[in-house]
Design a protein around this ligand. Structure first.
Ligand SMILES: Cc1cc2c(cc1C)N(C[C@H](O)[C@H](O)[C@H](O)COP(=O)(O)O)c1[nH]c(=O)[nH]c(=O)c1N2
Length: 230
């Protein structure tokens, strides 16, 4: 492998206070959006910036296993929504009693309302049969793709674009509708559109489904057995 000349290096160090505040603001105010989408189409250059943010994500062995299928066609989105709807009915049946009623009352997608759908996929063959860093855990390609999704989600927040992740599907149905090759895995369907309001807290918390856990309960020190002294 070639030497690493110093002229490949760039200055590092902390961002300015203002830049840091912007990063944390994007992280803390990012929301999963289901219903607040405005109908205006997203300009191509904006969509490209979001995809470029995704494409700058880390990936195992620099595998870049992702693809992005942009779906604007209303009829195709309608077909995707029908696939969601069937799966969502099955999902409701997995809860019982009041929880089932509460589940049914939640809106869990914006497939038809959002002007743009993006199906994000993961191609496990992208880096060849042996991928640096994936040798002992094959799921690393999926984790890499999720890193790309989070980049897109945060960039979208900064651009005033809402993103909603929809995972309530039989994967085979999405693959059929979108003509995705057999060996490629669907990671998620994403609803995108401009928003001018967002929930201040996760919608599932606001609606009483589940609350944010205290961070202190999730942190250990050294081993699973010890709590940090905070
Ligand atoms: C892997 C994965 C899959 C899904 C989600 C997220 C992730 C990470 N979320 C969104 C999820 O409900 C949401 O992120 C949490 O409720 C927290 O809310 P905020 O994202 O902070 O607004 C989600 N939301 C939804 O309405 N329908 C869905 O099918 C899914 N699926």
């Amino acid at each position: 492998m070639p030497d690493e000349p110093m002229d490949h290096m760039v200055r590092a160090g902390a961002f300015s206070a203002e830049e840091r505040a912007a990063i944390y603001r994007a992280i803390e105010t990012r929301r999963d959006v289901r219903d607040q989408f405005l109908p205006d189409p997203l300009p191509d250059d904006l969509v490209w910036r979001l995809l470029s943010a995704a494409h700058h994500a880390p990936s195992v062995g620099f595998m870049q296993p992702w693809n992005f299928i942009l779906v604007r066609d209303a009829e195709r989105r309608e077909e995707v929504w029908r696939a969601f709807s069937r799966a969502n009915e099955e999902a409701a049946g997995m809860f019982s009693g009041k929880r089932r009623d509460d589940y049914r009352a939640l809106k869990l997608e914006g497939i038809r309302k959002a002007p743009l759908g993006i199906c994000v996929t993961c191609d496990p063959t992208r880096g060849g049969p042996v991928v640096l860093g994936r040798t002992h855990n094959f799921s690393m390609d999926r984790y890499s793709t999720v890193c790309a999704i989070q980049n897109l989600w945060l960039a979208a927040r900064a651009e005033g674009v809402g993103v909603g992740w929809v995972s309530i599907f039989h994967e085979d149905e999405l693959k059929r509708i979108l003509a995705i090759p057999e060996h490629v895995e669907v990671i998620g369907w994403f609803c995108l559109g401009y928003v001018d309001t967002l929930y201040g807290e996760p919608e599932l918390a606001v609606k009483g489904w589940r609350q944010r856990l205290p961070l202190e309960d999730l942190v250990f020190s050294e081993t699973w057995q010890e709590r940090p002294a905070v």
